[in-house]
Design a protein around this ligand. Structure first.
Ligand code: GLN
Length: 194
């Protein structure tokens, strides 16, 4: 199994560290050719507008749309914004995957970033520390979206088939449970495809 981490912009290095900690093979994705060698993709946090611009400038936007439409993809923060079908504040283009409306910078500015301990029912063990940095909010979810965790009454971790999205930054904690969840989705998908 090979996991790609989109490395055009933003906080990709910490995702790579988490994957190394889990003993997973990973590679950075910087060009469309890189998509050919991976089974699943992580799109990190950063600045979604900048990522979109770089993807389009590099001719990667369409190939990425095609890849992600048929492969497990995990977006954190700006990555979730890129995966959302609908984006507000302001509206912008996206990969059109997750049936959600994402409101950008919904908690305010950088100074309004915060951490919160939240119970994630599927883990059924100790709470997860959620780190929000200029985070988006999930304003609407379609009926095909499963909400895995909520914080302050808003969905913050969601799954739709083999797509996973978090409005926070699991890669900035030492807790690997959400990455493990994504790896199990990739594994499942590989056995279905085999
Ligand atoms: N505010 C950023 C955006 O709209 C996302 C912030 C993040 O990824 N930490 O793209």
């Amino acid at each position: 199994m090979m996991i790609g981490v989109m490395a055009l912009q933003g906080g990709f290095a910490k995702h790579c560290e988490t994957l190394s900690k889990l003993g997973t093979n990973w590679c950075e994705v910087r060009a469309k050719e890189d998509l050919k060698k991976i089974d699943g993709l992580i799109i990190p946090g950063g600045e979604s507008t900048t990522m979109l611009k770089l993807l389009k400038d590099e001719g990667m936007f369409e190939p990425l749309k095609e890849f992600t439409s048929s492969h497990p993809t995990f977006g954190t923060c700006a990555g979730l914004i890129l995966m959302a079908k609908r984006v507000e504040n302001p509206s912008q283009d996206s990969l059109g995957l997750l049936d959600i409306t994402a409101g950008r910078n919904a908690y305010g500015r950088q100074v309004d970033s915060f951490n919160q301990l939240v119970n994630i029912p599927i883990f059924n063990t100790e709470p997860f520390e959620l780190i929000f940095i200029r985070a988006p909010q999930i304003l609407e979810t379609g009926s095909n979206v499963t909400v895995l965790a909520r914080c302050q009454d808003k969905p913050v971790l969601i799954q739709q088939g083999f797509w996973l999205g978090a409005t926070f930054h699991p890669e900035l904690t030492n807790d690997t449970r959400i990455h493990q969840l994504f790896l199990s989705i990739v594994n499942q998908r590989r056995s279905v495809a085999a």
